[in-house]
Design a protein around this ligand. Sequence first.
Ligand code: HEM
Ligand code: HEM
Length: 275
Amino acid sequence: MVALNGSVLKFKAWLCCGVFSQAMATLRLPVELVSPMAMVDWLWILHPVLAVVLIYPLTGIVMRLAMQTRSRRLKTAKQPPTVGRDHSDLGRWLAAAVVGLVIVALTVVIATHAPLDQFQGGFRRACTLLLVLIGTLLSVGALWIAKAPGLRLAFALITWAGVLGLGAQPEVWRLSDDPLSPAFWQSHYWSGVAVVGLMLFSLGARPEILRDLRLRRLHVTANLLAALLFVVQGVTGTRDLLEIPLSWQKPTIYACNVETRSCPPFALLPPASQP
Ligand code: HEM
Ligand code: HEM
């Protein structure tokens, strides 16, 4: 107990001397009562949290079932007869969840870029983007239930166009739009929308993947690429998360010079007066 109290005291002392307490001192609030994250920062981590907690575990299960489906078909191992259906059912959820994940990211990026009363383009543009958002969500819902091949193709394309349309907005940060530059291939955005396209293909062509050997082969190739892109998203997403400052730190951090890797000196605050 004494040892525990000692560590708590050390931790508090560390906090008292840290930069964090400098910032908190401006508010004259005790460190224990204040979170360094504002509401907007919590919104910004919604997308990474969903990716880590929902998408990646689901991808693992879908890929494991995919290997079992293949080994059952090739009779290289004895597998339960349900593996194909389980893979396909969970695959549908994965595809829809990836679309949802990307829509969450794009909505948060666009809606929080500036205070809502200073929204670029005003009320008209906000309404248009809201309609695109609703249309995209309805379209993925329609793709989920559509049976006719033509409708499935149309809804898959409309959903992807909606995602690309939202992604093309100036608020959405993209490393580069030039496929000839190395930055394009490191862009979290471009591999993200590519993986959405691949998921929509699997979702739209599900009955054909079941029936047609050529399409099944195309599905496997497309999803090997998707698996690679999921890994790429994990790397570039974590990189971006490390680079994005908390909202109240942005004015200072964005004044840094990336070329010279230098920042303006931080203003030192006078020590907070003790109550
Ligand atoms: C990481 C993602 C995925 C991977 C790596 C993957 C891979 C595979 C593999 C290896 C097979 C077996 C092919 C064979 O028997 O030769 C398969 C079958 C299949 N996949 Fe996927 N897949 C993925 C996602 C999806 C998604 C998102 C869907 C649907 C929305 C889907 C639907 C299907 C269907 C319907 C089959 C045929 C199942 C059967 O034969 O009973 N897959 N997939
Ligand atoms: C299935 C995997 C993922 C896909 C398809 C995906 C896709 C996207 C897309 C399209 C954007 C919007 C463009 C942009 O602002 O760059 C975005 C934003 C972002 N992603 Fe991901 N992402 C995935 C996983 C992750 C992971 C694992 C992390 C971090 C651990 C992450 C972190 C971020 C961050 C920090 C942003 C900036 C905006 C925000 O947080 O909403 N992403 N992602």
